[in-house]
Design a protein around this ligand. Structure first.
Ligand SMILES: C[S@@+](CC[C@H](N)C(=O)[O-])C[C@H]1O[C@@H](n2cnc3c(N)ncnc32)[C@H](O)[C@@H]1O
Length: 286
């Protein structure tokens, strides 16, 4: 299996390869919809609010955001990928409130200061370098009203586990992946960094910051959606040959990721999967 498959790679306008094609996004959303819904409902978004979804992707959170703000509210949605924004626009009429969807970067938001009561950004911070994250958080704060809220949700590598796999193998993967120049390193670093997002938000000047982690867990036998997601998720680990792991680790990963191997992970009878999403909620004080 390779990250070079069209289904998983999308070159967005920033020019770098990202695991954020719509096929990947849809499959992932399908297995953790309940956790996603619990996260967005926990922010405290109120009817009538104006809310920005920054890095909206194909828009999976927009129906919940629209329901929360209701017909008297308004949404804006931005993403770097024009194909994602096209899809959001195509489905805009299905939402409970108007949505203004634009191609734009979270690093330079096309909105005036203090435009929004809330800003939601999900699974996007991991696509940013540390320096870009500082810029993005300053932008999110700039466009949020005093008394408003910013919520950052992302994949958290720390609680991740899958079985039957020796976990030190997985930890060595994260460590090596986060230290290479491979495109995977940005995601690996981001998925390790989210566990301290609370501190990043405090340093960015936000107040009353809180943070919660939610798990998505499943076991064999897998549903069709879970099987599809795990198959795709192994694309993330398929950079094992390029990140400086030992030959012994490479052999292990090859067995786990090769559909022709007897040890191919998704078909193991004692298969287990646990992934985590961490949500940080921060308020803008006067
Ligand atoms: C994993 S997807 C998440 C999409 C959506 N928020 C969700 O929860 O499904 C990451 C998204 O971030 C977008 N993205 C990456 N860098 C960005 C940037 N600098 N500005 C805006 N969007 C960006 C990608 O195009 C992609 O749609």
């Amino acid at each position: 299996m390779s990250m070079k498959t069209n289904r998983a790679i999308e070159l967005h306008s920033a020019g770098h390869a990202t695991l954020c094609g719509s096929f990947w996004l849809d499959a992932h959303f399908a297995v953790r919809m309940a956790e996603c819904e619990a996260a967005v409902r926990s922010v405290g978004i109120q009817p009538g609010w104006r809310v920005l979804d920054a890095g909206c992707g194909t828009g999976p959170f927009l129906p919940w955001l629209a329901e929360l703000v209701g017909p008297g509210g308004r949404l804006a949605a931005i993403d770097l990928a024009a194909s994602h924004i096209e899809r959001v626009r195509a489905h805009a009429h299905e939402l409970a409130c108007p949505v203004d969807a634009r191609v734009s970067s979270i690093l330079e938001l096309p909105f005036a200061d203090r435009s929004f009561d809330a800003v939601w950004t999900s699974y996007t911070s991991e696509y940013l370098t540390d320096a870009q994250l500082v810029t993005a958080l300053a932008e999110l704060r700039r466009v949020t009203k005093v008394g408003g809220v910013v919520a950052v949700l992302d994949n958290d590598a720390h609680p991740f586990r899958m079985g039957p796999v020796e976990m030190p193998l997985v930890w060595r993967f994260w460590d090596a992946a986060s230290k290479t120049d491979d495109p995977i390193s940005m995601l690996a670093r981001g998925e390790l960094r989210i566990s301290s997002m609370r501190r990043w938000l405090e340093r960015a000047g936000f107040a009353d910051v809180s943070q919660t982690t939610r798990l998505t867990e499943f076991w064999a036998p897998l549903t069709e959606a879970q099987h599809q997601w795990v198959t795709i998720a192994l694309d993330f680990f398929s950079s094992y040959e390029r990140i400086g792991l030992s030959q012994a680790d490479i052999a292990e990963w090859r067995a786990i990721c090769d559909p022709n191997s007897t040890r191919y992970l998704p078909v193991q009878p004692d298969f287990t999967w646990c992934e985590a999403s961490t949500l940080a909620i921060a308020w803008v004080s006067p």
